[in-house]
Design a protein around this ligand. Structure first.
Ligand code: ADP
Length: 874
């Protein structure tokens, strides 16, 4: 035997094997068969044990045959199975998963017990074949048997067709293969019924196996001889014969079955077409395709393509819609129940729903929620769908750069699929769902057309009643679908799309809002997700505030939700450990606190984990077997072990989440000259940005780093010019930059940034550097500057102020022209902060430095450009 890594002599089977259950075949050691996979459990097995990504994992699985038990009229598992190595997986996931495995048998095992049923069966096994043993030379009887068998095998091989790889290989190897394996290999070549094959499988002992196999061998030889004779008489049937011979019973899915399948399929499809209530044109087209299908042979690739297509056609919700339930008061209640705060957003949504209801159609603009991640955009859309009683479907558009993704591929291509819209409708099964177009700002454009243009067609009420997916090739009416979009930023949404949308901004939350969202929404959600209740775990608001401040720095609440989840998980583990220590306790159903997790709960998960670990000791197994499937525990007995409720305190938070990630480190960084804090707007919310500058010997250059865009570089030049122009006024030496090189850096260095709003920060940094004075550590700022030192308004004031607030910066300098934006800022934030409105650079400097620059500025006679206006404060 070309002894591969898995040559039987080296194999020691794990004590537990994932089992693949087959109904009409037997795998014998040494042979290789194809096994079609169609049952859910077998599919689960393939997915979780064999394929991870596109890689075939080197896993040994057990193949067990299901046989009918005639007395009880049920199927039972055959007690002896074959461990096999999967050498190939082929198949497809769409439209429904179906795989074929190529498996090579390694050795027999005895199935002792099934220790897991879901998601796929796992059994404990005992290895049977002792492959290392050779034929006992002293046993003359056995020796004779082996010789007889080899003779017969030789004769069979001569009759069989060499074009079959297994035959060719055996012919070569028959002299070398140990008799133990030869019997199995030959047995798998001969034509035999299922019970006969099982008999061979059951014959562990070599002599018995030969005795079982020999008659089959002789029978096959006899038949082949007869065939030969007939053939010689008829002369011409040779070709067909070969086909039949090579199929010789080794193939598990025999052709007649497949044919019957095909026939069933067609009539089933026909019935479905008639029931699907399609519009006439679609029905006509479908029946025509069905007619073509009837003409095709089931094994042709076109057959399955046409069948897939027809299955899609009958699955589509041509005329199935849900009745909309919308009352504005219910909408208000639903939105309030799921979301804290967001008053303005909720009001806009209600207005939208009200208008829609009054007009009675959907031809209004499409809602688009714009804001940083984790602020509840998706969650609002879900609430809308609940309110309306329409099913919800989310389509993530991030990274979609091919119009075929939206519109579908032509059916003639291999692997063609309908587009996302049609697939979505097939999934939700109604023609009026709420469809969320998530991350519409992340659409790309590639070489395969513009997905934005395709979406435009989908969203346009003039066109979408006859939307034609390229794959489906039939118009489908999308006018009842309620489309809603989300985006992080408006700037990258294609303009024609943006024109069709009504934008609702969802800004970030303040610290206080986050604490409330945490305690009212995220905590209950995480408790439920970890099988806990408020009776077991309590997390006071000041602790949530701690988490918000020390472990998160974000506009939304995603990280907060994760951190709360981590705490819940840690407590859940404690509770679960206490529970396992306490198996003996009786359980009272009424008082059960561990909810039954799907598929058998925590204990099952632990089992599976143990299974992954193939070399677990026998003791482990014992324990696994004796543990009841779902041990439950009541609260009273839990109380004896843990003091309930467990109230989270600051120390526990540190223990679980580690040392704080964010501490207001700004104060320390700003305490040298040449550093100031700017405020930036990003698609993920506002951010504070510590801008630094340093000087060294050089030739009067300005170096900028931090991946700045051209607008920002220009701001820096403007700033430098202004400082040069006002050197005397600022109290600087006349040639203060002579032989000096300035380097200015904008963190984080790897993120590119642009925009004019850093102007005031850059000037402040330069002045601080040259004047050798520190900027106030509690100040942050934003604003565009002109060459003459006028401060112009900028965007994103709300996000920027929230970011400053998060960072604990209590004074914010903004352009006076942005005063109107303050109306959007929650009072909780404004009360904590001093907002300084400025018109000119002088005012910025006045506010940015302790004791200001005013004295110098006002007393300077050169300054005739801008008057100093005392900073107006809120
Ligand atoms: P987005 O779509 O904006 O990225 P999500 O809708 O996924 O954010 O929200 C993230 C999580 O935060 C969700 O669990 C959501 O329920 C929760 N959440 C966000 N905002 C609120 C809020 N105002 N009230 C309650 N929960 C919220």
């Amino acid at each position: 035997e070309s002894s591969s890594a898995m040559s039987p002599a080296t194999v020691i089977l794990p004590k537990k094997l994932p089992l693949l259950i087959v109904s009409d075949g037997v795998l014998l050691p040494g042979s290789t068969i194809r096994i079609p996979i169609s049952t859910v459990r077998n599919i689960n097995l393939v997915r979780s044990r064999l394929t991870s990504g596109n890689q075939l994992r080197n896993t040994v699985i057990g193949i067990v045959t299901k046989e009918p038990d005639k007395e009880k009229n049920v199927n039972v598992l055959h007690e002896i199975g074959t461990a096999g190595l999967v050498v190939q997986v082929t198949g497809t996931n769409w439209p429904r998963p179906s795989y074929t495995l190529l498996v090579t048998g390694i050795c027999r095992f005895k199935l002792v017990s099934i220790i897991q049923e879901h998601p796929y069966p796992v059994g404990t096994v005992i290895q049977l074949d002792d492959i290392r043993s050779t034929v006992d030379e002293s046993d003359a009887q056995l020796k004779e048997l082996v010789e007889e068998f080899k003779d017969a095998a030789q004769r069979l091989l001569e009759l069989l067709d060499v074009s079959t790889p297994a035959v060719a290989k055996l012919k070569e190897l028959i002299k070398q293969v140990p008799s133990q394996q030869l019997t199995d290999m030959i047995a798998s070549l001969v034509r035999a019924s299922l019970p006969e094959r099982l008999q061979v499988l059951d014959a562990v002992d070599l002599a018995t196996r030969i005795r079982v196999t020999l008659p089959l061998l002789h029978r096959h030889i006899q038949r082949l001889k007869e065939d030969r004779e007939m053939e010689e008489e008829e002369g011409t049937r040779k070709d067909r014969q070969i086909i039949r011979m090579t199929q010789g019973g080794r193939n598990l899915s025999s052709d007649p079955d497949a044919l019957e399948d095909g026939v069933d399929d067609v009539s089933e499809l026909e019935a479905k077409i008639k029931e699907a209530n399609m519009p006439d044109h679609a029905k006509k087209a479908a029946l025509k395709e069905l007619g073509r299908l009837k003409q095709m042979a089931p094994h042709m690739p076109e057959y399955s393509m046409t069948r897939n297509y027809l299955e899609l056609v009958v699955d589509l919700p041509w005329s199935i819609s849900v009745k909309e339930t919308c009352s504005i008061s219910k909408a208000r209640a639903d939105l309030d129940a799921d979301h804290y705060g967001l008053e303005k957003v909720k009001r806009r949504v209600l207005e939208y729903l009200a208008v829609r209801q009054l007009r009675g159609d959907l031809k209004g603009p499409i809602l688009c929620f714009v804001g940083p991640p984790g602020v509840g955009k998706t969650s609002i859309v879900k609430s809308i769908s609940t309110t309306l009683g329409r099913p919800y479907h989310r389509m993530s558009l991030g990274g979609v750069s091919d119009q075929h993704d939206i519109r579908g591929h032509r059916r003639t291509y291999i692997g063609a699929m309908p587009g996302r819209i049609i697939q979505g409708l097939r999934t939700v099964k109604v023609n009026n769902p709420v469809m969320l177009l998530d991350e519409i700002d992340k659409l790309g454009t590639g070489i395969h057309g513009d997905p934005g243009a395709a979406l435009l067609e989908v969203l346009d009420p003039e066109q979408n009643s006859t939307f034609t997916d390229t794959y489906l090739n039939l118009p489908f009416n999308l006018s009842q679908v309620l489309f809603v979009a989300t985006a992080n930023s408006l700037s990258t949404i294609p303009t024609p799309l943006l024109d069709r949308m009504e934008v609702i901004h969802v800004p970030g939350y303040t610290q206080e809002e986050k604490v409330m969202i945490g305690s009212l929404h995220l905590l209950p959600k995480q408790l439920a997700e970890h099988g806990l209740t408020a009776d077991i775990l309590k997390m006071p608001q000041d602790i949530i505030a701690n988490i918000v401040g020390e472990y998160t720095r974000e506009a939304g609440v995603r990280a907060l939700e994760r951190k709360i989840g981590s705490v819940c998980r840690a407590i859940a583990v404690q509770v679960a450990e206490t529970r396992t220590e306490d198996h003996g306790t009786k359980t009272e159903e009424s008082n059960v606190i561990m909810p039954e997790v799907e598929d058998g709960g925590l204990q099952k998960t632990a089992d599976i984990q143990k299974l992954e670990n193939d070399d677990s000791s026998p003791e482990d197994e014992q324990q696994v077997a004796s543990v009841p499937a779902q041990p439950l525990m009541n609260q009273t007995s839990l109380r004896e072990h843990l003091e309930l409720p467990i109230t989270i305190d600051a120390k526990m938070v540190h223990d679980i989440l580690g040392p704080p990630i964010f501490q207001s480190g700004l104060a320390g960084r700003v305490s040298v000259p040449g550093v100031a804090v700017g405020l930036a707007w990003t698609p993920v919310g506002g951010e504070v940005m510590v801008v630094e500058a340093s000087r060294s010997k050089g030739d009067s250059n300005l170096t900028l780093t931090g991946q700045l865009g051209s607008v920002m570089q220009e701001s820096a030049k403007i700033a430098l010019s202004w400082v040069r122009q006002h050197a005397i006024m600022l109290g600087l030496e006349k040639d203060f930059m002579k032989d000096e090189e300035i380097h200015m850096h904008f963190p984080a260095g790897a993120i590119s940034k642009d925009g004019p709003s850093a102007g005031v920060t850059i000037i402040t940094v330069l002045v601080s550097l040259f004047a050798n004075r520190c900027v106030r550590s509690d100040v942050s700022m934003t604003g565009e500057i002109t060459l003459n030192g006028v401060v112009l308004p900028v965007g994103g004031i709300k996000e920027k102020l929230l970011a400053a607030h998060r960072a604990g910066l209590t004074t914010v300098i903004i352009p006076t022209a942005n005063k109107k934006d303050l109306a959007d800022i929650p009072n909780a934030v404004l009360n904590d902060m001093e907002v300084v409105l400025v018109n000119s650079v002088e005012e910025v400097l006045e506010a940015a430095f302790d004791d200001g620059f005013a004295d110098t500025l006002v007393s300077d006679p050169v300054d005739n450009i801008s008057k100093v206006i005392p900073s107006s404060k809120l």
